[in-house]
Design a protein around this ligand. Structure first.
Ligand SMILES: Cc1ncc(COP(=O)(O)O)c(C=O)c1O
Length: 391
């Protein structure tokens, strides 16, 4: 089966893990510090503002809890604006933190949002944006400026947008908190892991404590105390959500090779684009901000005129060993979430596009003949009489 996403890992990663094994320390240590340093260089952000975690979901939970307890409560604001096209963990995190998710629509087939500024009110604590497919979803610099003026936090779930740039800068520069995933299908695939870019030094310290049981001081060998170095204190009861040196070792190599892997994704994206752009049976969705931005090329998606056509194509491709999906199944259609969501605005675009869109395989291990096979298999169905008869 050709996978839709897949990690691209090999001997270089194994060698790095081997080095870590020989240090006799596999927990959070020097390799995690090295990865945080390398990430800060990648984002061109001060090193102490990048904090690693054990997943992006945990990063989402930590950041929304922090916002609720240390910002929203003080300012008596409790609403977070987001679109239905979001990872389920983002909605879970907002709800579990005690904040209220307020749903706004996307405005076009490329899953951009616009006029989110019109949807705020005195209760808006934060806006969550989720760049779709690795492309900016809004004019991020304008929105960030607007949020600063209105005292609203801008959170960007950049899980699939590690190298995305807008106006020449990584989009991490255009939000208060940027969150990243290093799970097994992401650009930097380490098994499980994530990172948070925090707005400033005082915040980073609080976030680090939240990710490590609330501990305020180092104990054991790292303690500066002359005696009873095993004593400690905590700021508040918290979870343990840190990265370790084994996964960090994989991350160091994955990050080193990231740009070449993104170039390979771009090549594949362009093969799809060049071969499919003339097709009348579906359209390729160009995101609105492409001229001012650089993509991380995480999704290549096409849109049909109906849900029936999209579903027929996905089943046909699967029968030919090509696995496709749609990301992200709208949170507004998840039964277990519905009662928690505040739907004050029309959200028909999100549902319509979610039902007509299909993401095709895109990852750096795909070979050209595999991409050609996907294209010819897709064409063979959509050019058939059976398909053309469908509405
Ligand atoms: C946009 C987005 N946010 C968050 C996540 C969660 O990442 P993790 O698996 O690291 O928890 C994902 C994972 O697919 C994602 O695509």
């Amino acid at each position: 089966m050709l996978n839709i996403f897949q990690p691209d890992i090999g001997n270089e990663e194994i060698k790095e893990i081997d080095k870590t094994f020989k240090t006799n320390w596999t927990g959070k240590g020097k390799k995690v510090d090295e990865l945080e340093l390398n990430l800060s260089q990648h984002f061109e952000i001060e090193v102490n503002r990048v904090v690693t975690t054990n997943s992006c979901t945990e990063a989402l939970f930590t950041v929304f809890e922090f916002i609720k307890e240390e910002i929203a409560e003080i300012k008596s604001k409790n609403e977070v604006i987001l679109t239905p096209i979001n990872f389920i963990g983002a909605a879970n995190a907002i709800i579990k933190s005690g904040l209220k998710p307020v749903i706004v629509d996307i405005n076009d087939s490329a899953f951009n949002i616009s006029k989110v500024e019109d949807k705020i009110n005195a209760n808006t604590a934060a806006i969550l944006i989720t760049p779709y497919g690795g492309n900016p979803q809004v004019n991020v610099d304008n929105l960030f400026y607007f949020c600063r003026q209105k005292d609203i936090l801008l959170i960007s779930d950049n899980a699939i947008s590690i190298s995305t740039q807008y106006k020449g800068k990584n989009i991490a520069h255009y939000s208060d908190f940027s969150l990243y995933s290093f799970d097994s299908m992401k650009h930097v695939a380490i098994g499980d892991g994530g990172a948070i870019i925090t707005p400033n030094n005082s915040t980073v310290d609080k976030i680090r404590k939240r990710l490590y049981m609330g501990l305020t001081s180092k104990s054991g060998l790292s303690s500066k105390k002359e005696e009873e170095w095993w004593e400690f204190d905590i700021t508040k009861p918290s979870r343990r959500s840190i990265m370790n040196d084994i996964t960090a070792s994989i991350g160091i190599i994955q990050l080193k090779n990231l740009e070449s892997k993104i170039l390979r994704r771009k090549e594949i994206y362009e093969i799809y684009e060049n071969n499919l752009k003339e097709m009348d049976e579906f359209k390729i969705c160009v995101h609105e901000y492409s001229k001012k931005s650089k993509s991380s090329y995480y999704f290549f998606w096409i849109q049909f005129s109906s849900r029936e056509k999209r579903n027929l194509v996905s089943k046909w491709l699967k029968s030919k060993d090509i696995f496709c999906t749609f990301r992200y199944f709208p949170i507004t259609l998840v039964d277990g979430l519905k009662k928690y969501l505040n739907i004050r605005f029309d959200i028909k675009n999100s549902h319509e596009y979610a039902h007509k869109t299909l993401c095709l395989p895109l990852h750096s291990s795909l070979k050209n003949d595999e991409v050609e096979y996907i294209i010819s298999t897709l064409k063979s169905l959509v050019e058939s009489e059976e398909f053309k008869k469908l509405k």
